[in-house]
Design a protein around this ligand. Structure first.
Ligand code: ATP
Ligand code: LTN
Length: 335
């Protein structure tokens, strides 16, 4: 089957910090198994990363790290299109057109906006509010069939679907309505210190998240000091969010059902379980870290990957954008 006949998936991560175990289990690990079945577009969404306060040098470093980690996690650039969002002309332009179809009230209702704007010292800028429209543009610019994301992005994806439908109704049939694609396990990994919050790369407390690049002893320490609930039974339960989260992580890392893991650790206590979990996470991440070290040293290779990715992405983006501009009534560019 040729590449173009495969359904298209698009999904991205923002280089707003070092990638976490949440990004890996909820997202990247699932993307890596889609390369055969789908034509895959993996933008690193750097335009999204500037909606919160940041330091430009950090953004540059995190962008390269994210790229190297994508590849180290199994996103093979020979079988997918990996590129930087800011390298493609079209994301910002399409988001402008879509923003003119977006009621501001919809954006104020977004959970991620509410959470991020409520953080102490947050910059509540228009970009932060407008963020989901840019995400919709990322998806619609490539006419993606499916969008694999963690559960936290469901609401944003719903907006992207609404905007596709609204554009099609306002002008004429143009966009596919993208489907969300959320993994069975790992869709929502919670903070190790506060299991009522999602594990996030942009938190100040380093104990909350295991980072993909954490050395083994740091991973072990973070997992052993993860908050657990009263009692000592290794069993998932709605009123035991701490141990339930650790079970979810164990299951997502090993691919084993939670019930089997509960049986294995029946009567063992939290301490034994946490040690085994730390071993499993370290074993999963060690080969990723090994590959990462080879890639991050090789700028020429990374630039080659980005060039290859952007060429395919830009060609597709131009096609959609010119169609959209024509339908919106803009006069064709004089060449
Ligand atoms: P930030 O913490 O800075 O808001 P983020 O990690 O939530 O960033 P991205 O890097 O853009 O945001 O996320 C990349 C992918 O990882 C998305 O598909 C998102 O749904 C998924 N993801 C992020 N955090 C988690 C989590 N804790 N559990 C499961 N999936 C997650
Ligand atoms: N909003 C997402 C990141 C993101 C994305 C996208 C995900 C931006 N554009 C397009 C899937 C498809 C987040 O915060 N995780």
């Amino acid at each position: 089957m040729s590449q173009t006949q495969k359904p298209l998936i698009l999904t991205g991560a923002k280089p707003s910090g070092e990638l976490t175990l949440g990004n890996y289990l909820g997202a990247i690990k699932n993307w890596a198994v889609m390369l055969e079945e789908y034509e895959c577009f993996f933008p690193i969404v750097d335009l999204h990363a500037i909606t919160v306060r940041y330091v430009p040098a950090d953004l540059r470093r995190w962008t390269y790290q994210c790229l190297a980690q994508y590849i180290a996690c199994g996103l093979d650039p020979a079988r997918s299109h990996i590129f930087l969002q800011s390298h493609v002309t079209g994301h910002a332009e399409l988001s402008w057109v879509l923003s003119c179809l977006t009621p501001v009230g919809d954006l104020h209702r977004m959970t991620q906006f509410k959470e991020k704007s409520a953080r102490p010292g947050a910059s509540v800028n228009a970009g932060l509010l407008y963020y989901p429209v840019l995400m919709a543009a990322d998806i619609l610019l490539y006419n993606a069939d499916r969008v694999p994301v963690g559960e936290d992005q469901k609401q944003h994806l719903e907006l992207a679907r609404n905007l596709a439908q609204r554009f099609n109704q306002t002008y004429s049939e143009t966009f596919k309505v993208p489907e969300p694609f959320i993994g069975k396990t790992g869709g929502r990994i919670m903070s190790l210190q506060d299991p009522s919050k999602k594990m996030s790369k942009s938190e100040d407390n380093p104990g909350e998240a295991v980072l993909l690049l954490d050395p083994p002893e740091v991973i072990r320490k973070k997992i052993l000091s993860a908050v657990t609930d009263s009692g000592k039974e290794v069993r998932r339960s709605d009123d035991k969010p701490g141990i339930s989260n650790l079970l979810t992580i164990f299951s997502a890392v090993t691919g084993r059902p939670i019930e089997k893991i509960e049986d294995e650790f029946a009567g063992a206590g939290y301490g034994t379980f946490k040690k085994a979990l730390a071993d499993a996470v370290i074993a999963e991440l060690e080969p990723v870290q090994e590959r990462y070290r080879g890639i991050i040293e090789d700028k020429a290779y990374m630039h080659g990957v980005l060039k290859q990715g952007v060429d395919v992405a830009q060609a597709r983006a131009y096609k959609t954008l010119s169609k959209v501009f024509r339908k919106a009534g803009f006069v064709d560019r004089i060449r």
